[in-house]
Design a protein around this ligand. Structure first.
Ligand SMILES: [Zn+2]
Length: 241
């Protein structure tokens, strides 16, 4: 009964003062939506069907990454508008509505891929932030995204990694920078063996160096298949949409 009254109240409120589309500001027809139908349809996508929901098969994506140590990659889109607007707003300005929108878009993509028989992981984990950075920001966007996906898909989320303060990368060559990055992540002590397929969640993937470093740790802990799920991926050099 209370739920019914709450829903009725929200609907009345929506008709009196309709929420606006988070991109074009048009009034929304549905109270629970954050984008109007036009913006939702116009959102950039990647050809998921052409690569069986594994973007590593697409040269426009794979060429932009360092040699990927993980097995599968799924992202909403290339790093472009409007994601290029919403992601920094969520991360740096704590725009929770932008965060909620991004989480919902990623959930919808995964539900579509699952319906297309994409192999689903038995557990999710996420890229950690150094505790000081997390304290400053107040949240870890990768963790929030993983928790939203885990709840929607009914997959447990495991806090597997910790991040130590990175040493300055200044003056280091590529090999030394990679060594620095690899050693800044640690796998926490595990109470039980990890499942054979784990998905690593992050907000963006640029070169894939962080995902590669964490994949190495997961493999050492016995994980066979590592999927990487991120909101966006940086396009390969020379790529034009
Ligand atoms: Zn709109």
């Amino acid at each position: 009964m209370i739920n019914l009254i709450g829903a009725l109240y929200r609907r009345c409120w929506h008709y009196l003062l309709p929420a606006q589309c988070m991109w074009c500001s048009l009034p929304l027809a549905e109270p629970k939506k954050q984008l109007c139908v036009y913006c939702q349809q116009a959102l950039p996508e990647l050809p998921y069907q052409l690569c069986h929901c594994n973007l590593l098969w697409l040269p426009a994506v794979a060429r932009g990454l360092k040699r990927a140590k993980f097995d599968r990659l799924l992202c909403l889109a290339h790093y472009q508008l409007p994601y290029q607007h919403w992601i920094p707003h969520w991360k740096y300005y704590a725009d929770l509505a932008a965060g909620q929108l991004l989480q919902q878009q990623m959930c919808h993509l995964l539900i579509r891929c699952k319906a297309n028989n994409m192999q689903m992981p038995q557990a999710l984990t996420y890229v950690p932030l150094h505790w000081r950075k997390q304290q400053q920001r107040g949240f870890n966007q990768a963790q929030l995204l993983a928790e939203a996906l885990g709840q929607q898909l009914q997959i447990p989320v495991l806090a597997l990694f910790s991040k130590e303060a990175s040493h300055s990368q200044r003056g280091l060559n590529r090999r030394q920078r990679l060594h620095n990055l690899r050693h800044s992540f640690k796998l926490k002590p595990l109470p039980e063996p990890l499942p054979s397929h784990v998905a690593l969640v992050d907000d963006v993937i640029t070169t894939g160096a962080t995902a590669n470093a964490l994949t190495r740790l997961l493999r050492r802990a016995g994980v066979c298949t590592v999927s990487v799920w991120t909101l966006t991926v940086t396009p390969a050099p020379g790529y034009s949409a």
